[in-house]
Design a protein around this ligand. Structure first.
Ligand SMILES: [Fe+2]
Length: 279
């Protein structure tokens, strides 16, 4: 298995969405690499298959999973793991990513990324599942921090301690979603810059960024708006401190003209250049 430090620098890219499919193909020089949501490609109607071939010819592709439910205490759906493995091996990426979360409980799909309690029991389940997945998928796995509206009961440690132990025990990289970090810091009243002091920055491989929206006093992680200035500033600090390989814009809702997305990529690319993460 290749190690994290063999991952090449990728630059600034975007999570592929059918809504801007034509722009991705016609303006491929404005996008350094692409993140593909694995679940969008597991069903293979001819159109998706054809697009996948074209995308593979144009870009480095990073598979990004949503539904593996790595935090599930009952273990993983093996048939699903096999499907994910087949896709990841087909794309042949330098790494792939999933979330520090669970999406099913007792075999029931709960339809979104649910946070885990920061407990020893949750860590054990997560580490066990990651180990199972890595037996089947021989490509470095990078794990992403998610947002949480409530602190899950049963916590025995901080989120930073949880991340440290998880990454130490599994050897996985970190996909640091700077928008999620910003969102959690606003909703739970902590300093995101101090959080950076407490996590293993040498494990950071990739970043996510985007804007959300405000609902009352709560910041909602809706992937629906331009990236706010606070997130750009936090990203700058993260890129300064970490050997970031790639930065991905993950816009899902309220998709604007591609010029707006391309401008955000140019700004992220420039941050990476300024800190000498790529040319
Ligand atoms: Fe994300």
């Amino acid at each position: 298995m290749s190690t994290l430090d063999q991952i090449p620098s990728l630059g600034a890219g975007i999570g592929y969405r059918p809504a801007f499919r034509e722009d991705i193909f016609s303006r491929s020089d404005e996008v350094d690499f692409l993140e593909l949501t694995i679940e969008h490609f597991l069903e293979k109607p001819a159109k998706v298959e054809e697009d996948l071939q074209r995308l593979m010819n144009l870009f480095t592709l990073i598979p990004h999973g949503l539904n593996l439910s790595l935090g599930s205490a009952e273990g993983l759906n093996e048939a699903y793991v096999d499907q994910v493995a087949e896709f990841v091996h087909r794309v042949n990426p330098p790494y792939w990513s999933e979330h520090i979360a669970f999406t099913s409980a007792d075999g029931v799909d709960i339809g979104h990324l649910a946070p885990l309690p920061f407990s020893d029991e949750a860590l054990d389940a997560l580490c066990h599942n990651v180990e199972q997945v890595r037996k089947v998928i021989d490509v470095p796995l990078v794990l992403e921090n998610i947002t949480y509206i409530v602190n899950m009961p049963g916590a025995e440690m901080s989120e930073a301690e949880f991340l440290n132990t998880l990454l130490e025990r599994t050897g996985c990289g970190l996909l640091l979603d700077v928008t999620n970090l910003h969102t959690n810091s606003v909703n739970h009243g902590f300093d995101p810059y101090a959080f950076l002091d407490d996590i293993p920055l040498e494990r950071v491989v990739q970043l996510h960024f985007v804007g959300g929206h405000q609902r009352g006093k709560v910041l909602v992680d809706s992937h629906s708006s331009p990236t706010p200035e606070e997130v750009w500033q936090l990203m700058d600090k993260v890129v300064e401190r970490c050997q970031v390989k790639g930065i991905i814009l993950e816009r899902d809702e309220n998709i604007p003209p591609f010029d707006e997305l391309s401008n955000e990529l140019a700004r992220a690319r420039e941050i990476g250049r300024r800190h000498k993460r790529w040319d």
